[in-house]
Design a protein around this ligand. Sequence first.
Ligand SMILES: [Zn+2]
Length: 602
Amino acid sequence: MALIAEHIIEQVREANDVVDVISDYVQLKRSGRNFFGRCPFHNEKTPSFSVSPDKQIYHCFGCGAGGNVINFIMEHERLDFLSSVKLLADRANIHIETDPAEPRKKDDRASIYNMHEIACRVFDRQLNDASAKTAKDYLLNRGISEETLKTFRVGFAPDRWDTVTLEVMKLGLSQDVLTRSGLLMVKNGGGYYDRFRDRIMFPIMDINGKVQAFGGRIFGEAEGAKYMNSPETPIYHKGRTLYGLNLCRDEIRTSRTAILVEGYMDLIRLYQEGFQNVVAGTGTAFTPEQAGLIKRFADKVLVCYDGDGAGQKAAQKAGLTLLDKGLDVRIIQIPNGEDPDSFFDEKDTKAFQKLIDSALDFMTFVLRNNQAQMDSPVKRTAFLENMVSELALMQNEILRGMLAGQLADEMHVPEEAVMSLLKRQTKRVRRPDYVPDAPAPQAKAKPDILRRPESGAEKAEFELLRLHLSQDESLLSWLTSTISDKDIKAFHYVEIFQMLHGRLRKELPINHSRMLDEIQSSEIRRFITRLINEARPDLESITHAHQCIKTVRWWAIQREMDQLKQLMRDTDARGEDSSEYFRRKVELQLEQREIKPNPISM
Ligand SMILES: [Zn+2]
């Protein structure tokens, strides 16, 4: 197993804020000092998953999952420690020496990413070349500023066969990688040529801003498909990427709202006009994966597609997909014949804000948009059946029913009729691809050692454990010098105590994040995360610690006395001498009277 130096791991941890990383997977909302969301490790309706930016840990009050940012990746991506560190290093652009024995696949991906970055720079240079004047003028005339072009790294692929090919050939990559990169086409007689020619190039970036694909658009008088997109490659999966998310995710996360548009130009234009919570699909029909991606950052989506028939039809489909993921959906209606990009040619941001404010809820939009199909009973029935069969495709049963109810209501059709139609249609739909959002791990009985403290003694121990995780050095040195091995032996949480106490003797205070990396047992890691998470700085005092120790000792004596009483009863019953036990009991009673614990405040 290859090892990564401790200081590199530290660097990786520092570069990956726990809130930032988890936000890529879970929709988080700030509440006080912490962030909350629905736990990705168990199924739940109300959020009990918390992330602490101060402590850089996460903890679920529901299932007990917990740890630091590396543990999160380990559990969520089901990777081992090293692979998780590497993934996070990659995310933060930290270079880690890779083990030569590691599968070549990863290197291939890195090479393909590198090829895309090079191509992006080539296209960028070309756009600013005199020979690209028509392309550049086209963009400027469409109202896109120089600055916006830079922000989105828009470029130009000239009408030649080898612009990119010549550059990437210098890298000396294998034929296999060159072929699979999606940037080059294989010549019949061998060799390569550029896939993209005479097109305005929009780099498609992943969530961290790494170029992973391109969309090439024709302009002016040119003929052919308006857009040509990269094919699927080892680093690009169309249905799982959203254009613009790298630039817009913070704004989306803050406003909890995303505007979904169809085209790259639409997105760029809206962004330039100050609407910076936008995302666009990438050349395919909008997918459930893309909806899931939006859901990590937003609660609400404003669908803003072209004003023509095709655009409105696509908006209806996307709307259903988004609703099915549990997102609140509104449809923005762009005047017919326009798209979000051209809208701003004559109108301003205020006019667009008006469109946002008057966006329709999904069913109202659907009914209004299909008015033409409502003018005869036959057409109305056909429309209704059609719509119900679309609803039947939804995974979310409750929502499916509610939308059907709304449909019946607004069309003045008896609800039972629509519902029974829905029931029949739903049965017909098979759902082979259905994967629940968060597979619930089998509920395991909690090991006895990790249960909540019940008795007064356990509560006191729990407090002492928690105090071991404090950052207060004087308190910590007091704990190391006061708690003895004899105390620990009597503890309920022996194993955890030994670990924390031993560690404290070596390092003071304990580095929580580093410690969590080293705990093998996920149960104990969870338990400790809970301790860290439930810290009570107001109780971090020597007086409180002293009180806890007294309680623990008082109960230890109590337990010994109970045993003695039993022994004395047994010896008396046998007619033997129990005076030795009696003497010890008196001793303990005196000792216990000395302690006099007060109730533990918690
Ligand atoms: Zn949970």
